[in-house]
Design a protein around this ligand. Structure first.
Ligand code: ADP
Ligand code: MG
Length: 669
């Protein structure tokens, strides 16, 4: 079968509806998996049914009535009998049933036995051969295509649909790992014979799904390993001495974690055979910037160019300042390139360090083949177009991506097999845990009063993050921030100095406000969530996040990370008007937990993947059957991949990768 048209009863109208579920071919239909099942395989005599039991009964229709009640309801009632007894069946608002169920018919019905007007009854039972006497599949539906419709079509067509399916894995491997073969699995997932084989079928298909992602990453890594660096960097004695000297001049000692990741990165940079493709993961405030700086410094000392790209101008500015402060005195050429600060790249010396926003994309022609090290900070904040530029057009520099979003191991094993990963897993020692409190609406004003006192007493500073309206800095978010700013300045904190930043304020002006805040000329900075990534102002020790319930936990953790960056005791207040218990539980979790990875794993379990983990270049795939929190499954398919690589050198990976089991990616790309 090569077209859905070949299925009897499927015309252009049905095709339109199928399209809505992303089903465009017979294969898509085969991969439209049920999301749950009801076991009606238990066929019983009518006199032996038990309350709450799922059963199938078979008997003669003694009576079928269409009843209209006084309050306008429409009920269908049938009585069925077999040679042991009789039972009533009830449906609501399905008058057309009289066409299919007629007195005298012998039929099977399936449903849950319940008590109705004190009699054992089946409410809204299924009937007919496709829906009774077996485990039935419940499918994702769309208007006009019910689960029942899918059951009938798939059960009648399953052999045709399966015909073109070929096994994707070597048969020895299938028996070694005790997998069900692919055809049987696809059959059983739709028409399960029993719960055991259904579970085997699901495992096989879920493994296949994860495996195809792991293979993609593996192939991309293999590809990357073919590349050799153009500029070979060296860590000579003289260079090493200079680096040590710079490290010694820092106002703090590097943590053990920082030292470890720096040496991992240096190993990569000085490897003359392979190009670095590394992800540096470290919780907010763990000190990734200095690591980036040290990587750039080694590159500079090898007379080669580095570029550090940040997702916002604020952040690029901030990185530029930190780099200037440390490298300026050594007369190292550091440049800033943003939308509002243009430079002529032709004039950049060979050993320069460029700090930039994505504005650099527009000058890529000049830079092509010249960059030795590309560092991307918070890559997931970049849009699709910018990412594909980062991935393709700069041609073979060493690549380091930095992220504060902790990545659960299951996700890195599935999607990031192409990257080497370095983790900064400790925070600098002098840090105190940020005290976090959930503040219900009626305690808001107490909280404001406390903050005013704290600012006056300790001279600290505060951020107030305005309600999050949407991801892009829309007019609506800006308006709400302006309104909130006016309210706070006039009515709440008339005695303090407040500043406001949001995305629609011109970059120069915005920079000025941040500088004022840095210089302690402002007590409170009111802002939209644009400060989320990276902003580092160690004297601010209080952050209020309004409408905290609208943010994901990972994002809240990032926002919270704007404070607690110095040695002051810091405080984070999560404002919420929500009374929803789930929401409160989620925010309570953040109150009590400070480990980014734990927080990310909680989000993964409770809200699924999504924005939080979109650090991955190709966006986040939505899984059909496997789950990113299934640790066992993910290591199992990792085992299988290793086995394939070791024992089947001629295995054709495209068999798995090209299969359309993976649906569209969520979000970007
Ligand atoms: P992030 O990892 O979130 O990008 P930053 O690099 O901005 O963190 O560092 C956060 C703050 O910690 C900065 O003010 C930085 O100067 C400081 N810092 C970095 N490393 C250390 C360290 N080893 N000891 C103390 N402070 C450090
Ligand atoms: Mg940072």
């Amino acid at each position: 079968m090569d077209s859905l048209y070949q299925i009897p009863g499927v015309g252009s109208k049905t095709l339109e509806k199928l399209k809505k579920l992303n089903i465009n071919s017979p294969q898509d239909l085969l991969y439209h998996f049920p999301n749950r099942y009801i076991d009606f395989s238990h066929s019983v005599a009518i006199n032996s049914v038990l309350e709450n039991e799922n059963v199938t009964i078979t008997g003669k229709v003694m009576d079928f009535k269409n009843i209209f009640t006084r309050n306008g309801k429409n009920i269908q009632k049938a009585t069925i009998s077999d040679n042991t007894g009789k039972i009533d069946l009830i449906w609501f608002n399905q008058p057309y049933l009289s066409k299919n169920i007629k007195t005298g018919d012998n039929l099977s019905f399936a449903g849950t036995i319940s008590l109705y007007q004190n009699k054992k009854t089946i409410i809204a039972p299924e009937y007919g051969q496709y829906n009774t006497g077996k485990i039935i599949s419940i499918y994702p539906e769309t208007s006009g295509l019910s689960s029942k419709w899918f059951r009938k079509i798939i059960q009648t067509q399953i052999q045709n649909l399966l015909k073109p399916i070929k096994e994707t894995l070597p048969s020895n491997l299938i028996s070694k790992f005790k997998l069900l073969d692919l055809k049987t699995s696809l059959f059983q997932i739709h028409c399960p014979s029993n719960p055991q084989i259904l579970s085997q079928a699901r495992t096989r298909l879920a493994t296949e799904e994860i495996l195809s992602l792991q293979i993609k990453a593996y192939l991309s890594k293999k590809d990357w390993l073919q590349k050799t660096p153009k500029n070979k960097l060296k860590l000579t004695k003289t260079i090493d001495k200079k680096i040590k000297k710079l490290i010694k001049s820092l106002p703090y000692k590097l943590t053990e974690s920082q030292n470890k990741v720096v040496s991992e990165i240096y190993n990569d940079l000085t490897n003359s055979k392979q190009v670095m493709n590394r992800l540096l993961q470290g919780d907010v405030g763990s000190g990734k910037t200095i690591v980036a700086l040290l990587a750039c410094y080694l590159t500079h000392l090898n007379n080669s160019l580095s570029v550090l790209i940040a997702p916002t101008e604020i952040l690029a500015n901030q990185h530029f300042q930190s780099f200037q402060k440390l490298l300026g005195p050594l007369s190292i050429p550091v440049f800033l390139l943003t939308g509002s600060k243009k430079i002529d790249l032709k004039k950049i010396p060979k050993n320069g360090i460029i700090i930039s926003t994505h504005a650099i994309i527009y000058q890529k022609a000049v830079l092509k083949n010249k960059i030795s090290l590309l560092i991307v900070d918070e890559q997931h904040k970049f849009g699709v177009k910018q990412r594909s530029f980062l991935n393709s057009s700069l041609k073979l520099p060493h690549c380091l991506t930095m992220t504060a979003t902790p990545i659960p191991r299951t996700i890195s094993l599935t999607l990031l097999g192409n990257l080497d990963i370095s983790i900064i897993d400790t925070l600098p020692q002098d840090r105190l845990q940020i005290k976090t409190f959930l503040v219900p609406d009626h305690k808001k004003s107490d909280c404001y009063k406390w903050i005013e006192k704290e600012i006056k007493n300790t001279n600290c500073q505060a951020f107030i993050v305005c309600p999050f309206i949407d991801i892009s800095e829309s007019m609506a978010s800006v308006k709400s921030a302006i309104k909130e700013f006016e309210h706070l300045s006039k009515a709440v904190f008339p005695n303090l100095k407040l500043g406001l930043i949001h995305g629609k304020i011109k970059s120069d002006a915005r920079q000025k406000i941040i500088q004022q805040f840095q210089a302690k000329q402002l007590d409170i900075l009111v802002t939209t969530p644009i400060i989320e990534v990276g902003v580092d102002i160690p004297n601010s020790s209080i952050i209020i996040i309004q409408s905290a319930d609208r943010f994901g936990l990972a994002q809240l953790h990032q926002l919270r990370g704007r404070v607690g960056r110095g040695h002051l005791q810091s405080f984070c207040y999560l404002f919420t008007e929500s009374n929803n218990q789930k929401t409160i539980d989620r925010l309570n979790f953040l109150e009590k937990n400070h480990n980014g990875l734990k927080i990310a794993e909680y989000d993964l379990k409770n809200r699924g993947p999504g924005e939080a983990f979109s650090v991955i270049q190709h966006g986040f795939p939505s899984l059909k059957i496997a789950s990113f929190s299934d640790t066992k499954l993910i290591s199992f398919s990792q085992e299988i991949l290793k086995d394939i690589i070791n024992n089947y050198p001629d295995y054709n990976f495209s068999k798995l990768v090209s299969k359309n089991i993976i649906s569209e990616s969520i979000g970007s790309n």
